[in-house]
Design a protein. Structure first.
Length: 518
């Protein structure tokens, strides 16, 4: 009886800690429960979910495996084990688990998770990415139940300037919006009228970055998709441009309501949306190839400059001298998110480190604050013959301090099939060239479009094998290293005079696209 009372009390504590958002307290209570009686499958699944929520993905794997050893068909455990593996970079295994759950259950959140990660899954073809995203779009369409008369409501044309609406949930994120802020400020406000639809969580955030006068900002966070569609139609928006895509999927449902006669995706859509209501996707000739048309539900619009043309509008550290000047060991580095560091990436980096034997690899991202996640990653390198002392980690830091980590990196290594975007811009701004290769999909060419436009085509390999050879050559050749030192001193000036940072050209290019489709 005493044991039963203790168990009931501990389960009450678990619920109380959960309600209070105290994951550590809940895990401690579950640990005590396990000392009384072995946890059941539901308990182990909860342990895994709590660990996932804390960013302890490597530990969560063991909890989900315990659950599945008791209940092999538990959908929640299989799905959330997939989430753990995804966050640790094992995207093929993650997608396999999540896809099976999605197909078996038809649950929207499972299809959304799959649709979100699909472009970065190495084993997925572009055809499969489109199929998955179109399946998710059908689920959203059924949920939103758009009025059949919605498309008729946007037929009427008005006189005067073309009305453009930009929609984003990230207006206040300085580092993330490097391409967007300068574009908005460079737009022609006589030929066009611009409305910025603000879906930001922080509606009170500063908009000091907005120097262009005459633009309208409308907070929309509290509006449902159908309400927002009505509001956009009332404003007579001719072309609605989505900037968030699957990074804020709650708004994808807006587009099935046909809020504007023409709807397009730019900036954050690096594969098809899968929504037939999304008329256009904007990119450039580096990221999109004409033979890939069957893999898109949208029509492609090509900009004359990089679709990720950017400017750094936030305070950034000064460029440091080359780390080689202080240490003889060559330092490769990557500050990309952990989920981009797939087994294929690890294997390629291991090959580079073994061939350039007097080199090391420096890594930093928020998920590597976890010792267990770091150990998980190091173990992958050790399995491939790379000693743990060749891998260095730096702790989480404020964005300004995080950018200083480039002071310790000679060359940044790009990830694949999901390249860096923001991290590529940040690396070269800090004087550190990024080594990449042109891959088999849009997401594998985002670094290429930035580097080519920045005058850094020498760091774009044409294959994975060439990527390895180039990395090893740079790390072992004295002449290449001298060139690296010189480049670091001048790279920021080079960027400012390149098309990679010509936001005026980006604005004129975007406006030409608006005129061509209106």
């Amino acid at each position: 009886m005493k044991t039963k009372n203790q168990e009931e009390q501990l389960r009450s504590e678990v619920e109380r800690f959960q309600a209070a958002g105290n994951s550590i307290g809940a895990l401690d209570a579950l640990d005590q429960l396990n000392d009384l009686n072995p946890l059941n499958a539901t308990d182990w699944c909860l342990v895994g979910q709590l660990l996932n929520g804390m960013g302890e993905f490597a530990q969560a794997i063991g909890a989900f495996e315990h659950c599945l050893s008791i209940d092999p068909v538990c959908c929640a455990a299989r799905h959330d084990l997939g989430i753990s593996l995804y966050n640790l970079g094992d995207l093929d295994r993650a997608a396999s688990l999540i896809e099976k759950v999605a197909i078996e259950t038809g649950l929207e959140h499972a299809w959304l998770g799959l649709a979100t990660i699909a472009p970065g899954v190495p084993c997925y073809s572009q055809e499969r990415v489109r199929q998955i995203r179109e399946t998710y779009a059908r689920i959203v369409r059924e949920r939103e139940s758009p009025s059949p008369f919605a498309s008729k409501a946007v037929e009427a044309r008005h006189r005067g300037p073309i009305r453009i609406g930009y929609l984003s949930a990230h207006w206040n994120s300085a580092n993330y919006m490097k391409p967007v802020w300068p574009l908005i400020n460079a737009h022609d406000c006589e030929q066009f009228e611009f409305t910025l639809f603000d879906d930001s969580a922080n509606q009170s955030g500063t908009w000091d970055w907005l120097t262009r006068k005459g633009l309208t900002r409308i907070p929309i966070r509290t509006l449902s998709n159908s309400e927002l569609a009505d509001r956009i139609r009332e404003l007579g928006i001719d072309i609605l441009v989505d900037l968030s895509a699957y990074s804020y999927p709650q708004r994808l449902g807006l587009f099935v309501h046909r809020a504007a006669k023409l709807q397009m995706a730019w900036f954050n859509m690096y594969a098809t949306s899968g929504f037939r209501e999304m008329d256009f996707i904007v990119g450039d000739h580096y990221v999109y190839r004409k033979n890939e048309k069957p893999f898109y539900s949208e029509r492609f619009l090509e900009l004359p400059v990089s679709y990720l043309t950017f400017q750094t509008n936030h305070v950034a550290p000064d460029v440091s001298q080359c780390p080689l000047d202080e240490r003889e060991q060559f330092t490769f580095g990557c500050l990309c998110s952990l989920y981009k560091i797939t087994p294929q990436v690890i294997a390629t980096w291991a090959t580079i480190l073994k061939q350039a034997d007097d080199s090391r690899l420096l890594l930093a991202n928020s998920d590597l604050r976890s010792q267990c996640n770091r150990q998980f990653l190091v173990a992958k390198f050790e399995e491939l013959g790379v000693a743990s002392d060749r891998i260095a980690f730096l702790p989480p830091a404020s964005h300004f301090e995080f950018l200083k980590y480039y002071n310790e990196i000679d060359v940044a290594l790009d990830t694949f099939p999901y390249n860096g975007g923001t991290t590529t811009m940040e690396a070269i701004w800090q004087g550190v060239p990024v080594l990449t290769f042109a891959g088999d999909r849009w997401a594998s060419r985002t670094s290429q479009t930035i580097l080519e436009n920045a005058g850094l085509s020498a760091f774009v390999a044409d294959s994975q094998e060439s990527y390895v050879r180039l990395a090893v050559t740079i790390a072992t050749d004295r002449i290449r290293q001298d060139s690296l030192r010189d480049l670091r001193k001048t790279l920021r000036v080079q960027l400012l005079s390149s098309s990679a940072c010509d936001s005026t050209a980006l604005a004129r290019g975007m406006e030409s696209l608006f005129l061509s489709i209106h």
